[in-house]
Design a binder for this molecule. Structure first.
Ligand SMILES: Cc1cc2nc3c(=O)[nH]c(=O)nc-3n(C[C@H](O)[C@H](O)[C@H](O)COP(=O)(O)OP(=O)(O)OC[C@H]3O[C@@H](n4cnc5c(N)ncnc54)[C@H](O)[C@@H]3O)c2cc1C
Length: 404
């Protein structure tokens, strides 16, 4: 049995460890913190549950297979989650007016039908510039910007169109079939992955500070880009220097429990466009997304990103005052806050900006040393379904290079 070391036990580390163990590798999984899951996890309290970061994952054939492999039931979203809102004066299912919709239709439909290639972004183009060039101002401000901000947790002007739009043109792109979670939240995914890894005899080391230059055999570094840069400083200094250039952004996820339910806008949540003097990225409505999340009415407020890093320094009280103020503008409500679970994620996510576009190009020209494999949310997408896809592809690559 060939030994392989995986460093980092977030979703990337847990899923690559699973795939490698299934292939017959003897996997050693090292995690720096005292718990598995990284950004994934759920906390349960007096008023109900709160996700630490990710709220759900996209349902694809791969994610459905993963749940089956680890023996976890899929929690499907409620009918009410089908509605999604974008704020423009108030939360709207369609934020564009009829004139703006017609304008987008006349610009985009002929291109989709007859000249799809002209929709492809140019290298070095920001998402905002691509949107303005191809969709127009209203659709960029009120549809594209908020939608991508909801995934990449940054603003269209700071994102790379190439990294975000180009994958949508891939022919072998996975079909998105909705969203899923575990019945008791995202912690279920961590717990069931953990149990399956134990059944497959994966050796798990918590609170491990492994020196990678002492490890023999192939190593998968499944951490954030900034942690990977640190880990590789002595073993692969050039690669480490490249990864140091990845810009990281910090985020806050605050689940707030209220004394009264907001019932006027029932849906997955509401995204907030930029330029409206509001700083929140979006508000999720867990009681309207999955069953069993309505013990006490709650909303999950997502804030931060490159241009709002100062919010990370707010005290809990200041943050809740800030949320109450923005909530008054968005939902026109002033309910009493009963409790809140606030998670501050310092330098948690990579910024999918023009610098990352260059770094990914350099990585493909100058690959890592043959016994080092990089994994994580800065390589092929931030979402869990993309990370899972990379786990499968990377496992095939490792098996073909190193056997098992
Ligand atoms: C607020 C928020 C909401 C999100 N919502 C969604 C969502 O709804 N759906 C979705 O698909 N995605 C969502 N995401 C993104 C998704 O959660 C992340 O991209 C994903 O969980 C990252 O997984 P990872 O394993 O790459 O990294 P991480 O979860 O960061 O895991 C890396 C692990 O490596 C460990 N580590 C670091 N250094 C070392 C070291 N030296 N030695 C050993 N271990 C080390 C860390 O402790 C950590 O456990 C969200 C992210 C945030 C922040």
């Amino acid at each position: 049995m060939k030994k392989i070391t995986v460093i980092g036990a977030g979703f990337a580390g847990l899923t690559i460890a699973l795939k490698l163990a299934q292939k017959g590798f003897k996997v050693h999984l090292h995690e720096k913190s005292p718990r598995l899951g990284g950004l994934l996890g759920t906390e349960h309290g007096e008023y109900g549950m709160a996700e630490r970061a990710a709220n759900s994952m996209i349902l694809t054939d791969r994610s459905e297979k993963l749940f089956k492999e680890i023996g976890l039931d899929l929690a499907f979203p409620l009918e009410s989650s089908k509605k999604r809102f974008i704020f423009r004066g108030f939360p709207k299912a369609m934020p564009l007016n009829p004139f703006e919709i017609l304008k987008v239709a006349f610009t985009v439909i002929p291109r989709v039908l007859f000249a799809k290639a002209t929709l492809k972004p140019q290298a070095g183009e920001t998402l905002k510039d691509w949107g303005l060039r191809r969709l127009g101002k209203a659709a960029t401000t009120y549809l594209l910007g908020p939608a991508m901000q909801g995934i990449y947790a940054n603003e269209a002007q700071d994102l790379s169109a190439s990294l975000i739009i180009s994958p949508l043109f891939k022919k072998d792109r996975e079909k998105f079939r909705g969203t899923i979670s575990g019945p008791q939240g995202m912690q279920d995914i961590v717990d069931y992955l953990h149990a399956t890894l134990q059944q497959l005899d994966v050796e798990i080391y918590l609170e491990s500070d492994l020196d990678v230059s002492t490890v023999e055999g192939p190593v998968v570094i499944a951490t954030s880009a900034s942690a990977a840069a640190n880990i590789l400083k002595t073993r692969a200094p050039e690669l480490s220097a490249l990864l140091t250039r990845v810009n990281m952004s910090s985020l806050i996820s605050a689940t707030v429990f209220f004394d009264k339910a907001q019932t006027k806008f029932k849906g997955f949540g509401c995204l907030i466009p930029r330029g409206l003097k509001l700083r929140t990225f979006g508000v999720l409505m867990p009681p309207y997304i999955f069953a069993g999340r309505n013990k006490t009415y709650n909303e999950t407020w997502i804030m931060g990103g490159k241009n709002n890093q100062d919010l990370l320094n707010y005290s809990d009280k200041d943050l809740l005052d800030f949320i109450s103020k923005e909530r008054k503008t968005i939902f026109k409500r002033q309910d009493t806050i009963l409790d809140a679970k606030i998670f501050r994620w310092d330098r948690a996510l990579p910024l999918y900006d023009l610098e990352l576009e260059k770094i990914q190009a350099e990585l493909s020209e100058k690959p890592a040393p043959t016994d080092i494999f990089l994994h994580g949310n800065y390589l092929s997408g931030i979402g869990l379904s993309k990370i899972l896809e990379r786990s499968e592809r990377l496992c095939e690559q490792i098996a073909s290079q190193h056997g098992s």
